[in-house]
Ligand binder design. Sequence first.
Ligand code: ZN
Length: 222
Amino acid sequence: MKENKDKAALVLFSGGQDSTTCLFWAMKNFTRVETLCFTYGQRHVQEVEVARNLAKKLNIPFHLRDISVLATLSNNSLTNNTIEMDAEVPLSGHINTFVPGRNMIFLSFAAVLARSLGMSDIVIGVSQTDFSGYPDCRDTFIRSLNATLNIAMEEQFIIHTPLMWLDKVQTWQLAAELGALEIVRNETLTCYNGIKGEGCGNCPSCKLRNEGLRRYLMNNEQ
Ligand code: ZN
């Protein structure tokens, strides 16, 4: 990543474990880093405040945009609180927290903003290893969209996905290597029920996060 030292990156940032780890990764690998956060009708808008506060604490510019029209276009439990969230990935079909098109739209808007800011590097915390049935977290999708965005704007964007091949244990490991373990552990919000840090402990997101942390800590016990 040495070649990026003089370069700037825009990080898609939601204040959760993954995007916060990506923010620290970007701060290590790029000279100038800015963040982009969206409101899109998600149930737990407190994640926006968590993200804003973290960016402020780290002295990183924070761009917030409202794209809540997204919630009016499909029916899913992440943006419609009358639908009960699936506790786990169903045997067929997608988990109902899946917001169709979300990462495509996030990345497309991110590319437009990055271009305006004079940046061509975009960072997103998706992982194929722990993709929980979300098709737009897969590497093939990211590569495909990267090519499309380059053609669409005649640019040479590079979408970075530092977590793509990491499981949750390895994502905690990366946070630790970046010196960010305590901040990610205590100050990020991943829980579908809107509780910071360890969260509610019961939603699929908490289960994945906490099990990863438990195993990471077990592996690193003295
Ligand atoms: Zn939870």
